[in-house]
Design a binder for this molecule. Structure first.
Ligand code: ADP
Length: 687
């Protein structure tokens, strides 16, 4: 047998297994779905991680690359500047060489006098800052003429080997001279050997100031950015110009000064330091942006995880709800505030034999309403929409799509949304046909049991009566036999007058008769079990009290109960239990009589009215059915005890009813109903 919850849908606490999840019915997931899905799709995060790493790599690599490029650019610039300076120096020194050679040629041609030499070259020396002096030496190295007034005592100095080499090679040569090696003025000597008729006749010695060369021949913008120095063959610095500050040794370049024999090197050392990776603000912004990006990625990650978790939980919830919905035996039906159906669960669809699409969106009247109970449904729905729902639920009947009626128990409750606003009504509907069938069987068995118990009790009573009455009846019989014998003239009692003899026997027989009557009364009072106790009864209240019981019986047979009772009825003095019994008997007979009737005729009416104006003022209650009616032959036996046309009938109901009504001074009668069926009514006198 199926088990029904007392009211509303309820779930037992069991574990339901679904496709991929395990739940217990409290709705808490044991294995979160999103974790399982993360385990299934670990690659989902691979692409974002690769992109983030790529971004970080580019952010780090780009400034480094920029610095590298800038560094290269500066180095290249420095090289270009150095070459430019070297070219400029060489170009100027070549021009100077040309000039000196022209003068040398004139000396060799003997067209040059010392005065001419001096006057001609003095202007050259004074206008070209690179020159310290230009001296004309004879073959014995004595000064013939000089641009300097206090010319060097020994303009050759430590460069004599260079001079000798120049004489030998008959070509001009340069020689560097250090301050330490000379008189304190570092200079570069240029020796032009002079030959006349292949005879060495002297030398022109031009002394260059390395500092002068740098000051005169290095353009200011190169000097501003670089420390320019001239180094000798031993890498010793002999002159330096650094108007822009000392070199930082970051960008340096050396280039040989192409002066034959001098072995001089031009060195440029940039005053600029290594480029910074990125300017502070830019670095700050990049770092801030990177941090922001990382943070937003983290936030995104967390958000996605949260969303996944929520989505997983939601999916579980939906799956759980669907599983719950599908496994529910209770029908669920939601309606909006206008009574339109907004949701039905599968159990409800199965119950009424209609699909959800047939029901959702429908307004009353519903396709599952039985036509004979339309009035009741309408009344209930208007009560519901007015907000007067009873939490205890109510019984009614519904109709399946094939026309079959079935009893249902309905609980309505307000449907409230997440902000606490009522959006409609939720109804839980239980199909109680099975339960009713079970109850019917149970009741029938109970009745059979009671009937057999009553029959057994009756048998017992009968045997008690027989036993108890046996003695007085035997005694009566023997007394009366004796009396008869006496009357017929028994010889043995001749002397005694007849009346004298018969009287005691008759008296004793009478006493025994009284005793037999007493026995019957005591057995009767034993059978009655209880005395009637009358109290003041309001019949309307009494009828209302038994109505649920009547309705219960009626619903089992799909009969609708309609009552017409005025608000005021005179009170009566009665035993309410007996009157309830009478009403229940009459209504039960009426419901039974409508068993074969068509659905629209199954209406049981209970009407009550007062008979104030009649000779016997009181109250009448009528039980009206549209059933089979009472045939002529049944009519005569109707109130006879044990008369019944029902297979399981006792036939005591009407008999007891009449006795009970008459015990209250009332009458019980019946007439045929003009609409078919019978009207049973009983009248009771008012107080
Ligand atoms: P029971 O109900 O056990 O049969 P009752 O004494 O109550 O005993 O009824 C006796 C018989 O009277 C019933 O079997 C039925 O045939 C008939 N009867 C009673 N009430 C009605 C009614 N309203 N319509 C038709 N027949 C009825």
């Amino acid at each position: 047998m199926r088990e029904f919850p007392d009211r509303g849908p309820c779930l037992s606490k069991t574990t339901i297994r679904m496709k991929t999840h395990e739940f217990d019915t409290t709705g808490i997931s044991i294995i979160p779905d999103f974790l399982a899905s993360a385990r299934r799709q670990p690659w989902r995060w691979v692409l974002p991680i690769i992109l983030v790493l790529l971004f970080l790599f580019i952010v780090i690599w780009l400034p480094w690359q920029a610095q590298h490029m800038e560094s290269n650019e500066k180095q290249e610039q420095l090289i270009a500047d150095t070459l430019w300076v070297e070219q400029a120096i060489r170009f100027q020194l070549r021009r100077d060489e040309e000039l000196i050679k022209t003068v040398g040629n004139e000396i060799e041609a003997d067209t040059m006098t010392p005065e001419k030499f001096r006057s001609r070259l003095l202007s050259v020396v004074s206008s070209n800052g690179e020159f310290l002096s230009i001296d004309w030496l004879d073959a014995d190295d004595h000064v013939v003429s000089s641009t300097s007034t206090n010319h060097l005592a020994d303009p050759i100095g430590s460069s004599r080997p260079t001079l000798l080499s120049a004489r030998q090679k008959k070509s001009a040569q340069y020689a560097p001279l250090h301050a330490e090696k000379t008189d304190g003025n570092a200079h570069i000597a240029y020796f032009l050997p002079l030959f006349a008729s292949n005879q060495y006749i002297g030398t022109i010695v031009a002394s260059y100031s390395p500092t002068g060369i740098l000051n005169e021949l290095v353009p200011w913008w190169v000097a501003h950015d670089n420390e320019i120095a001239i180094l000798d063959a031993d890498d010793v610095e002999i002159a330096r110009r650094s108007s822009g500050g000392p070199g930082r040794n970051v960008y340096t370049h050396r280039h040989e000064l192409d002066l034959p024999g001098a072995g001089l090197v031009l060195r440029a050392n940039s005053v600029k330091g290594a480029p910074r990776v990125l300017p502070g603000l830019l670095v700050g912004s990049v770092i801030a942006l990177s941090l922001g990006l990382l943070w937003s990625l983290g936030a995104l990650w967390r958000d996605i995880n949260r969303r996944l978790a929520t989505e997983g939980a939601l999916r579980q919830q939906v799956a759980f709800q669907t599983a719950m919905e599908n496994s529910l035996v209770t029908g669920l039906r939601a309606r909006d505030l206008e009574g339109r159906v907004t949701y039905v669960n599968p159990a409800f669809c199965r119950m009424v034999g209609l699909s959800a699409s047939d029901l959702v969106g429908r307004r009353p009247p519903m396709p599952y309403w039985a036509p004979e109970a339309m009035g009741e449904y309408q009344q209930r729905i208007s009560e519901l929409l007015a907000g007067t729902v009873t939490p205890d639920g109510f019984h009614t009947i519904f109709q399946r799509s094939n026309g079959e009626r079935f009893p249902v128990l309905i609980f309505e409750s307000p449907l409230v949304d997440d902000v606490g606003q009522q959006t409609g009504w939720m109804g839980s509907i239980l199909d109680i046909s099975d339960r009713q069938r079970a109850e019917d069987i149970n009741r029938q068995q109970q009745e059979k049991l009671q009937s057999s118990a009553r029959l057994a009790a009756m048998g017992e009573i009968a045997s008690t009566l027989a036993h108890e009455l046996n003695q007085p009846l035997a005694a009566i019989s023997s007394y009366l036999t004796g009396a008869l014998n006496m009357i017929e003239g028994d010889k043995t009692v001749e002397a005694i007058p007849l009346t004298e003899n018969v009287k005691p026997a008759i008296e004793k027989a009478s006493a025994q008769t009284q005793r037999a009557g007493h026995i019957i009364r005591s057995v009767h009072s034993f059978i009655k079990r209880r005395e009637t106790s009358k109290i003041e009864v309001d019949l309307k209240e009494l009828i209302d009290r038994v109505t649920p019981l009547i309705e219960l019986q009626a619903q089992r047979k799909f009969v609708t109960v309609k009552k017409t009772i005025p608000d005021y009825l005179p009170t009566i003095s009665a035993d309410p239990t007996l009157l309830e019994q009478v009403l229940l008997n009459l209504t039960r007979n009426a419901i039974d009589a409508m068993e074969e009737a068509s659905a629209e005729k199954r209406i049981l009416r209970i009407e009550a009215y007062s008979n104030d104006n009649s000779i016997n003022p009181g109250v009448t209650v009528a039980v009206i059915d549209q059933g089979s009616g009472i045939s002529k032959e049944v009519e005569t036996k109707l109130f006879s005890p044990f008369f019944s046309t029902k297979a399981d009938g006792m036939g005591m109901g009407l008999n007891i009813c009449r006795t009970a009504v008459e015990a209250h001074g009332g009458t019980l009668s019946f007439v045929p109903n003009p609409d078919g069926g019978t009207i049973f009514s009983f009248s009771l006198p008012a107080n």
